[in-house]
Design a binder for this molecule. Structure first.
Ligand code: SF4
Length: 49
């Protein structure tokens, strides 16, 4: 797994602004085909706590 920098520090997998999950799933963000990064999302996100 390459280093993944992630600013979503409220995710339980985030540590020091990096993703610590062994694997992540990235999906389209409510569109059938993405044209920019806003149209993608991390499905592995899980809120802390
Ligand atoms: S699982 Fe997704 S949202 Fe959570 S730290 Fe990793 S890349 Fe960021």
């Amino acid at each position: 797994m390459p280093d993944i920098k992630c600013s979503v520090t409220e995710c339980e997998y985030n540590s020091d602004v990096k993703c610590g999950a062994p694997m992540i799933q990235v999906d389209h963000n409510n569109v059938p085909k993405s044209n920019n990064s806003d149209q993608t999302k991390c499905d592995t996100f899980r809120a802390k706590g």
